[in-house]
Design a binder for this molecule. Structure first.
Ligand code: HEC
Ligand code: HEC
Ligand code: HEC
Ligand code: HEC
Ligand code: HEC
Length: 379
């Protein structure tokens, strides 16, 4: 019996075909973007790299059936898993490019569904969508034109692929919404919803999360800047995004108010694992007095009690800060001349209580991360 199992296991692993890594070709011409991408969560969204995703998957009932439905958004570039040709296994794609460059750059449109949206990719080989306001609406095909019997060569476009600048989704962020809009569990309950509201904002998913930063976009094309590709709330992005959370303070007869202005066009930290907090302290006579901590969180559950996402069928409480909302938090402490109020707005990637239940101990996700911070002197 045992030898049969070993044989079957051997067969399963040896018949595994490893597709060529798609990002390797991009690396040679787009080294700066490629390097940034290595730090992004889009390169670490598999169970083999993201401890949080793994912890939830390990407890998920679908795991016992070996039905990794999460692939659609978390590892769409593992084509064998996507086509049902192979089960979820530890391989190079899972570890290095679960959401590859092409996976994003080939999204032609997004189909809307109640359970979760769906990405429709272009069938045209080597055609990537991108945004460039000056070239909007055009398609750039790679051309190498010879004249004077091949003595002079002029090049335009990319020497590897065609570029289509006409897709609106790469300007307004609709290309992100196949994976990022919302997700329901098997009970038809919405576990997560970004609740995007554009309002009067001039910003988009792309201007905020892929801002132009220094460094050329390609080797063969000297550009001063390129679109940032390292998006991750686990490490590098707080510094880029804190400017969209504006903190202010107003004294009144009873104490003071703290205003949190969310300029993001979506709910802040809607993921049910997150815990978003406002921490306020007063510095007085060389001492620091901590005031109450205010939490903003969406608790989901069953029968009035918090439960894991796959079991939940109701919202128990929701104090998350919505798109373009200004939240006011009131404090009853009266202030004195010479006081300083220190305000910190931040989050835990995983709520410490949930982290315990999920047995997650990784410090990068169990520590409080400060997103925005301000100090107000009382004169
Ligand atoms: C042989 C070099 C080369 C390779 C390989 C290559 N690119 Fe490019 N790519 C370029 C050059 C050069 C440009 C700039 C073209 C221009 O602006 O006319 C470019 C432009 C782009 C753009 C659009 C930039 C803009 O102006 O908005 C995207 C998107 C892109 N590449 C993605 C990729 C992806 C994804 C891969 C890997 C599958 C890849 N490239 C592989 C050379 C390359
Ligand atoms: C419709 C697309 C989609 C599907 C399907 C999906 N996810 Fe996700 N998941 C996302 C997106 C997008 C995020 C990031 C959301 C955010 O940070 O607000 C995410 C984040 C997560 C996180 C938080 C990760 C972290 O590092 O903090 C966990 C845990 C998670 N998903 C588990 C799962 C599991 C388990 C499945 C399959 C049973 C699954 N997801 C299926 C889109 C999806
Ligand atoms: C193919 C699906 C897919 C597409 C397309 C996609 N994302 Fe993601 N994104 C994810 C998943 C899955 C996660 C969470 C991964 C995890 O935590 O394990 C994520 C995480 C993020 C995060 C960080 C959240 C965190 O938990 O660290 C940001 C910010 C983000 N995406 C922005 C974007 C933007 C902006 C776009 C559009 C340009 C986009 N994404 C397109 C799947 C996608
Ligand atoms: C005005 C700027 C702005 C715009 C526009 C914006 N975001 Fe955000 N986004 C933020 C800020 C600020 C945060 C919270 C800071 C952080 O990630 O640490 C955030 C967080 C996120 C997260 C992480 C949430 C979590 O808890 O894991 C995802 C995913 C995300 N945004 C996706 C998007 C998508 C998709 C769009 C387009 C519909 C978008 N954002 C538009 C500013 C913006
Ligand atoms: C999460 C989706 C996503 C992933 C993954 C992704 N890109 Fe992009 N990329 C975009 C979007 C959206 C833009 C358009 C931003 C803009 O030009 O304003 C873009 C822009 C670009 C540009 C043009 C830069 C500029 O400043 O105009 C290049 C080149 C590029 N990407 C290459 C790559 C390469 C190479 C990889 C893999 C290492 C990659 N992208 C992975 C979404 C993605």
């Amino acid at each position: 019996m045992k030898s049969w199992i070993t044989l079957l296991l051997l067969l399963a692993t040896s018949s595994q075909t490893y597709a060529a890594l798609e990002n390797r070709t991009c690396k040679s011409c787009h080294p700066v973007i490629f390097a940034e991408y290595q730090n992004s969560i889009h390169s670490k969204s598999s169970v083999y790299k993201d401890v949080v995703h793994k912890a939830v998957w390990d407890k998920h009932p679908a795991k016992a059936k070996g039905d990794y439905k999460c692939a659609k958004c978390h590892t769409p570039s593992d084509h064998d898993v996507m086509r049902g040709k192979s089960k979820l296994t530890d391989n190079e794609i899972q570890r290095t490019e679960p959401i590859s460059c092409q996976q994003c750059h080939k999204i032609e449109s997004v189909e809307k569904h109640t359970k979760a949206n769906k990405n429709i990719l272009t069938a045209k080989p080597k055609t990537f969508f991108s945004a460039d306001k000056a070239l909007k609406g055009t398609k750039v095909e790679f051309k190498e034109e010879s004249s004077f019997f091949g003595m002079l060569k002029t090049k335009s476009g990319s020497p590897y692929h065609d570029i289509d600048y006409s897709n609106e989704g790469y300007y307004n962020g609709d290309s992100c919404m196949g994976c990022h809009s919302h997700k329901q569990n098997a009970k038809g309950f919405t576990v997560c919803d970004l609740e995007v509201k554009q309002g009067d904002s001039k910003e988009s998913c792309i201007s905020c999360h892929l801002p132009q930063v220094q460094g050329s976009l390609a080797n063969q094309k000297e550009s001063a800047t390129h679109a940032f590709h390292g998006q991750s709330i686990h490490n590098s992005t707080p510094a880029l995004l804190s400017k969209y959370i504006k903190l202010s303070m107003q004294e009144n007869a009873k104490g003071f108010d703290i205003f949190i202005k969310n300029e993001a066009t979506h709910t802040l930290f809607p993921q049910p694992l997150r815990l978003n907090q406002l921490r306020v302290s007063i510095e007085r006579d060389g001492k620091s007095i901590n005031l109450k901590t205010e939490s903003f969180t969406r608790v989901i559950g069953t029968d009035g009690k918090p439960s894991m996402p796959w079991l939940a069928d109701a919202i128990i409480s929701d104090t998350t800060i919505k798109a373009l909302e200004t939240r006011v938090v009131k404090y009853k402490e009266s202030l004195k001349k010479g006081d300083a109020i220190v305000v910190k707005f931040g989050y835990y990637v995983v709520n410490p209580k949930t982290a315990k239940k999920l047995e997650i101990t990784d410090r990068s996700v169990t520590e409080f991360i400060v997103l925005s911070k301000k100090r107000f002197e009382i004169k």
